[in-house]
Write a protein that binds this ligand. Structure first.
Ligand code: NAP
Length: 296
């Protein structure tokens, strides 16, 4: 990784992104921290309780520290903003300081939640205007990084999905719910640019290897709402497997208790795609693969 240093540090190895990133990079090129032990040799790091340097020799061979630990449940964050802020902002800044002190480039997992949702197809030059607490917390860390004057990489991820049934992500969860008849409604007033996990991990690795720094939107090519995906999947199912009643459109706010989230946070990710140099998959193409897999 990088020009001279060989390893990356994955902080939050139990996260969805962390697990996939570790698989891609391998244990030779990454050290990984976990909040809870999953194996005998795991490095245990709880960002609210431990200092990073007490758990890891930061003078070792690390080029980048990929910060993936976070409170990510948007509803929980809205209900407990101060508690979430401790981890998502205060302790995250502390970790950033330690990485920078040790000449390790911090890579921060931000989110399309920093955008206000009034415009859509946001690019990096658009101003941010979060409307949810999760977005406020991401924005605060982004601004902190900017003010350091050091090298950093901020990746504003769109909603990330996988294709393993049971992984609980966007498409697999919708398809499972369609098949068991529990998907009756899907939101048609919240737009985003979902991206496939394998493309996210490929991008992280390539950006670290290239030594890229700065701010990047990281989303797929589509601007979709949940209803678009639900209808696409529904129409692809054979008639015998379709739900008895067609899926209905509704507001995303029907699924949410704490904050109004309707809007359009879709992103233009041209800047990242140019570095990646390859085409990012459409959520519909990955959905086709899943449907095929489900039929086998
Ligand atoms: N997935 C997406 O669609 C998406 C989209 C935009 C941005 N992001 C950002 O990308 C990052 C990773 O997301 P993800 O979905 O992969 O995360 P995730 O699966 O929700 O996992 C979050 C991780 O944070 C760890 N964690 C929680 N509290 C901690 C603490 N006090 N100390 C250390 N670790 C702690 C959890 O540990 P345990 O394993 O012990 O629970 C878990 O592994 C997050 O910053 C998220 O906001 C994700």
């Amino acid at each position: 990784m990088g020009t001279e240093k060989r390893k990356i540090l994955i902080l939050g190895g139990g996260s969805f992104i962390g697990r996939h990133l570790h698989t891609r990079v391998g244990s030779q090129r990454a050290d990984v921290t976990y909040r809870k032990a999953t194996g005998l040799n795991d490095i245990i790091f709880d960002a609210t309780k431990n200092s990073l340097s007490e758990k890891i020799d930061l003078r070792a061979d690390y080029s980048h520290g990929i910060i993936l630990f976070s409170e990510t449940n948007v509803e929980h964050i809205a209900a407990n903003p101060e508690m979430a802020r401790l981890l998502n902002v205060d302790h995250t800044k502390r970790v950033i300081d330690q990485l920078i002190e040790n000449d390790i480039v911090p890579v921060f997992a931000s989110s399309d939640g920093v955008y206000g949702g009034a415009k859509g197809r946001y690019s990096e030059s658009d101003s941010v205007n979060p409307i949810i607490e999760y977005g406020h917390q991401k924005r605060d860390v982004e601004q902190y990084l900017l003010a350091t004057g050091c090298d950093w990489l901020t990746l504003r991820f769109a909603k990330i999905y996988g294709k393993e049934f049971g992984d609980g992500t966007l498409v697999t969860a919708m398809l499972s719910a369609l098949l068991d008849g529990t998907l009756t409604k899907a939101a048609n007033d919240y737009f985003f640019s979902p991206i496939f996990i394998d493309e996210v991990t490929k991008l992280i690795v390539q950006f670290c290897e290239n030594g890229e720094t700065g701010l990047y939107n990281v989303g797929g090519p589509d601007r979709v709402c949940h209803f678009d995906i639900a209808k696409y999947l529904e129409n692809k199912l054979s008639p015998s497997k379709r739900p008895l009643l067609p899926v209905q459109g509704c507001s995303i706010n029907e699924f949410i208790r704490h904050e109004n989230r309707a809007g359009d946070v879709s992103m233009n990710s041209t800047k990242a795609n140019k570095v990646l140099g390859s085409v990012v998959s459409s959520v519909f193409r990955v959905s086709d693969e899943l449907i095929l897999k489900g039929k086998q």
